[in-house]
Design a protein around this ligand. Structure first.
Ligand code: ATP
Length: 198
């Protein structure tokens, strides 16, 4: 059974960028954030529960009305928690199904909310990707064409990054001073030698 490795970090830290390097090295990568988006459209029970909680407008022709839901949950932490409590277990179940099909030395699950969602519990090791906050803000403003305040509002929903890194087994520094690719290659070599933790 392949080792299950988590890959996490705050918004704009470079998780997807690091994941692409692992993928280039032949490692299968599961993207939990896009799986969470898919599961909300594809899982019928989840769809019914979301409609029951947030109303009929949550879906248009069985497709999640993301703008409507975002308008509700990003203004109400209790509602966000309620949505996450429905979506995270379904996403974790999807990841487990995917893990079961994979072979090879290890596989990666990329998720922004690794600790917040409970996903960390089922994984053997966790990699954190970190970058200074001012760089993360600039990257996300540029990538998503949003304002600084909008980035800060998203960051607010996440666990503090330095706290997150303390919970990780390995840390990749993506501060545009240290090169990322050689760090990923070195970590890859190390991961190939690891066994499941006792
Ligand atoms: P999110 O949680 O928002 O999905 P993420 O952690 O997956 O973010 P990425 O999407 O990998 O972060 O990176 C954010 C942006 O910064 C992207 O546009 C990416 O191309 C850019 N970026 C990441 N790392 C670097 C780097 N070392 N040098 C230059 N640009 C970078």
């Amino acid at each position: 059974m392949a080792l299950k490795i988590g890959l996490t970090g705050g918004i704009g830290s470079g998780k997807t960028t690091a994941a692409k390097v692992f993928s280039t090295l032949g490692i299968p990568v599961f993207d939990a954030d896009s799986a969470a988006r898919d599961v909300m459209n594809e899982n019928e029970t989840l769809r019914k529960n979301i409609i029951a909680a947030f109303g009929e407008e949550s879906y248009t022709n069985n497709i999640l009305n993301r703008k409507y839901i975002a308008g509700i949950v990003f203004n109400d932490p209790g509602k966000l928690e309620q949505l996450n409590a429905m979506v995270h277990p379904a996403t974790i179940a999807m990841a487990d199904e995917w893990f079961a099909k994979q072979t090879g030395a290890y596989v990666i699950k990329e998720a922004a909310l690794m600790f917040e969602s409970g996903a960390a519990a089922g994984l053997d090791y966790i990699i954190g990707v970190t970058a200074p906050q001012h760089i993360r803000i600039q990257r996300v403003m540029h990538r998503d064409k949003i304002t600084r305040d909008e980035v800060l509002a998203r960051m607010d929903k996440q666990l503090d990054e330095s706290m997150k890194m303390k919970l990780c087994d390995f840390v990749l520094i993506n501060d545009e001073q240290e090169l990322l690719i050689p760090q990923v290659v070195a970590l890859h070599e190390k991961l190939l030698t690891l066994k499941k933790p006792a």
